[in-house]
Design a protein around this ligand. Structure first.
Ligand code: GAL
Length: 461
């Protein structure tokens, strides 16, 4: 039996734009994703999150499903434009009330809310008026918005996550243009990334100075990273894999744990990488109470000659800056996303984080997989998802045994939802959603996970 500590947090995660729907209801202002989805060709079949899982109207029944699993913790995000329709100013009463009711209903069901303040749905007004995350005022505006949330919900919410995956926002939103706001540039990602870090730091500062002392919660950031395994044992490939990790996770974690960007980035990106001022360094250093990690896959990394580097979704950065060629082992199995299933990569990444950042408390805030689940006679037998989660959790368990301080795991996702540019074509849920009728069905993986939660672990075979 792989037994986890009794205090280990078991959860599942979602995000506002991916599940809520009610995109133009309840006083909500438009977000950059509402707008991005209207641009022809940006999302699979023009899909959008206007209805999504209609969770806005169905959250109480969704909580019933969580209760049926005995889910101890649920990670969701607050939609900034639902709280502040134009990004700043007077909060929407309806928006405030919605999350207040959601939080109350979760607590009544015995489920601990873990709240992400930004999971990519920036108020559209801030994109038009401030140039989105490139805007100088964004860090302060984000901290103002965060403060509205702390003041209304902090009496009940004890786990806060400032940003979800700033790497994705910067790289896919401002570098490759495949996520909102759809910009393409080889310098804007570094500027946007810088502003995102400052936004995180300022929000944490507000929380720590005004709310944490009386409310007593914790606050952190969630970064995403795949593992990069050297293609060969050559010195060059090992350096390439290390560099790839520094451009991926070091970009956002080094400033928080070490006060500056990785040296490999400084020397290769040069002036396109902003300087961190002394004041900002003070704010950033130590600004996360835990290390939030979203992890999905592994790739092989090799020193690139200029012809082999590629820029693909899931790549660890602008390839010309890294000179890393990524590939996969042809023997690895793939999920529907085309992401390789490599559980040991998770353990290696956890150890890398433990070493580099002085043994932080790590919470896996997302891990999961998309498969072509079939609903047959009202049942979804997603054995592949069970195998995936069991495989990854086995490696997490091993990392814990080796001394890495992992204290929680959130399965992505509680239910099938809007998978960004891939629309409704990819299913990540523990619950199957029929997007026509909105019927939810617990998949076999939801039932398996319920047992894991109940037993604090599972049989590895
Ligand atoms: C993460 C993201 C989630 C979800 C997941 C699967 O990057 O935070 O919103 O989409 O990937 O692709």
């Amino acid at each position: 039996m792989n037994l986890f500590p009794k205090s280990f947090t078991w959860g599942s995660a979602t995000s506002s734009y991916q599940i809520e729907g009610a995109a133009f209801e309840g006083g909500k202002g438009p977000s950059i994703w509402d707008a991005f989805c209207t641009i022809p060709g940006k999302t699979h079949q023009g899909d959008n999150g206007s209805v999504a899982c209609d969770h806005y109207h169905r959250f109480r029944t969704d909580i019933e499903l969580m209760k049926a699993m005995n889910l101890p913790a649920y990670r969701f995000s607050i939609s900034w434009p639902r709280i502040l329709p134009s990004g700043r100013g007077i909060p929407s009463r309806e928006g405030i009330a919605f999350y207040s009711e959601l939080i109350d209903a979760l607590l009544e069901a015995g489920i601990e809310p873990w709240v992400t303040l930004y999971h990519w749905d920036l108020p559209l007004a801030l994109q038009f008026e401030k140039d989105g995350w490139l805007g100088e005022e964004l860090p302060r505006l984000f901290a103002d918005y965060a403060e509205v949330c702390f003041s209304h919900y902090g009496d009940r919410v004890k786990h806060w996550i400032t940003l979800n995956e700033p790497w994705v926002v910067a790289m896919l939103g401002y570098g490759q243009g495949i996520f909102a706001p759809g910009r393409i540039s080889n310098s804007d990602p570094y500027r946007a990334g810088h502003q995102l870090l400052l936004a995180h730091a300022q929000a944490v500062e507000r929380y720590r100075s005004k709310y944490q002392p009386s409310q007593g919660g914790v606050i952190g950031i969630t970064n995403n990273c795949d593992w990069r395994e050297p293609l060969t044992t050559s010195h060059q490939d090992r350096l390439a894999a290390q560099r790839a990790l520094e451009f991926f996770l070091g970009w956002f974690a080094d400033p928080i744990y070490h006060g500056d960007y990785p040296e490999s980035m400084r020397s290769r990106v040069g002036r396109r990488l902003p300087e961190i001022s002394a004041t900002d360094r003070d704010l950033l250093t130590g600004s996360s109470d835990f290390f939030g990690l979203n992890h999905y896959t592994t790739m092989l990394a090799a020193e690139a000659n200029q012809n082999t580097s590629s820029q693909v979704y899931g790549n660890g950065g602008l390839s010309e800056d890294q000179d890393v060629a990524l590939s996969v082992d042809p023997d690895w199995q793939m999920t529907e996303m085309g992401w390789a299933i490599v559980p040991w990569g998770c353990r290696k990444l956890l150890q890398w984080i433990d070493d580099r950042y002085q043994h932080p408390e790590i919470v896996i805030t997302e891990n999961g997989c998309a498969f072509n689940d079939e609903c047959i006679e009202g049942m979804v037998e997603d054995q592949q998802r069970i195998d995936f989660i069991r495989g990854y959790l086995t490696e997490v368990h091993q990392a814990i045994n080796q001394g890495v301080n992992v204290t929680g795991y959130f399965a992505w996702s509680f239910m099938d939802n809007f998978e960004w540019a891939l629309g409704y074509s990819k299913r990540f849920g523990l619950h199957h959603v029929d997007f026509t009728t909105q019927q939810r069905i617990p998949k076999a993986s939801a039932k398996w996970y319920r047992e894991v939660i109940r037993n604090h672990g599972f049989d590895p075979t």
